[in-house]
Design a protein. Structure first.
Length: 126
């Protein structure tokens, strides 16, 4: 699965640019950093199977588990945004953050565990 986006908000659609609606603040923010991007003249051209699987899981979860819930999902290339994720302790893509904290890195996400984490975050925020 080729990734042609610089930053993608799955809720809208893959368009190649940031499409986040900043006026629509969510209670839970999920950010995924995939193995890709450009920085300092370097471009990552290799693929990451775990990243592709995680993107598919997140897209499906948005339609099923997170439908009608205040959850935003943002997908960013790791190299382009490495400085953001390094400050949270993430270094091995794919990296999943929930509300700015590391949920997982370097593995395919556990769908049930993520759904439970989001539900817990929603109950804390409300």
């Amino acid at each position: 699965m080729a990734i042609n986006a610089i930053c993608v908000v799955i809720r809208i659609k893959v368009t190649g640019h940031v499409t986040a609606d900043v006026n629509n603040m969510s209670s839970v923010s999920i950010v995924m950093y995939y193995w890709g991007g450009k920085k300092f003249g370097i471009t990552i051209k290799t693929e990451c199977e775990e990243c592709d699987i995680n993107m598919g899981i997140l897209k499906e979860m948005e339609k099923k588990e997170f439908e009608n819930k205040p959850v935003s999902i943002i997908i960013k290339p790791w190299l382009t945004h490495f400085w953001e994720v390094l400050f949270t302790g993430g270094w091995h893509a794919p990296i999943i953050l929930t509300n700015g904290k590391i949920f997982s890195q370097g593995v395919v996400i556990d769908r049930e565990r993520l759904a439970q984490k989001v539900q817990t975050e929603l109950s804390i925020n409300n």
